[in-house]
Design a protein around this ligand. Structure first.
Ligand code: PEP
Length: 251
């Protein structure tokens, strides 16, 4: 049984006071961590405080990106080593916004995934196609290529412990969601790609999220699908009420 994981991606939203207030409020809700994993991926400068606020609760804290090197002259960057030191447990890697605006490539994603594991961080690896690629029927080949590149050279154990987020780019922040069946088909194709590369045990264990305008109105149907093991959520993770509804649907 794969435990679903719901991860909020706050992007560059909230002040520190708002972020702390959110986690304080969320902590008080009844969420069964045996049934669902809850992650808040916050701006880097809030991580230290949020790890303290979330302590001893069902909430884990994640970063939204990291640099692949342990340390060095990389102005403005944050390393996996530094995240681990704070008590951060997850890190989003290769989000389409990072690929689009910050030149992240399949190759740099692979290096970051490896560095995440070296620092005991669980990577949430984002893959997904553009609208043009979908219209050309290239979705599954694009996504499979991204998945294999991201996982290249990883041990079976690490692949098993990775989280892959299928996020069609055209559905992120647009209000357009892939139908649950379409999302499930692509998640199944991802699982088959992992099967080809790493075998049955790994492919049946790895968790695959869907992301792209997930909200309380569509989460139940998405989570009812065989190959969808949770969601990576932007907009609907910014308010406690809507985020809690997503967690409730997953339990
Ligand atoms: C995201 O940021 O990964 C995302 C899926 O955003 P939204 O839920 O707002 O589409």
């Amino acid at each position: 049984m794969r435990k679903p994981v719901i991860a909020g991606n706050w992007k560059m939203y909230k002040t520190l006071a708002e972020a702390k207030d959110f986690v304080e409020q969320l902590k008080e809700k009844q969420v069964d961590s045996n049934k669902i994993e809850t992650v808040i991926c916050a701006p880097a400068l809030f991580l230290n405080s949020l790890v303290q606020v979330a302590k001893d609760s069902f909430i884990s804290i994640g970063a939204q990106t990291m640099h692949e090197e342990k340390e060095g002259a990389f102005t403005g960057e944050v390393s996996g080593n530094q995240l681990q030191d704070l008590g951060v447990q997850y890190v989003v890697i290769g989000h389409s916004e990072r690929r689009q605006y910050f030149n992240e490539t399949d190759e740099s994603v692979n290096k970051k995934v490896k560095a995440a594991f070296e620092n005991n961080l669980t990577p949430i690896i984002c893959v997904g196609e553009t609208l043009e690629q979908r219209e050309q029927n290239e979705t599954e080949s694009i996504v499979s290529t991204q998945v294999m590149a991201a996982l290249e050279g990883l041990s079976e154990e690490n692949v098993k412990n990775s989280i892959i987020a299928y996020e069609p780019i055209w559905a992120i922040g647009t209000g357009k969601t892939a139908t649950a069946d379409d999302a499930n088909d692509v998640c199944q194709a991802i699982r088959e790609t992992v099967l080809d590369g790493f075998g049955e045990e790994v492919s049946s264990s790895v968790r695959i999220q869907y992301g792209g305008s997930v909200k309380p109105e569509n989460i139940e149907e998405l989570l009812s699908k065989e190959h969808i093991d949770g969601a990576l959520v932007g907009g609907a993770s910014l308010q406690v009420d809507s985020f809690v509804k997503l967690l409730e649907a997953g339990q």
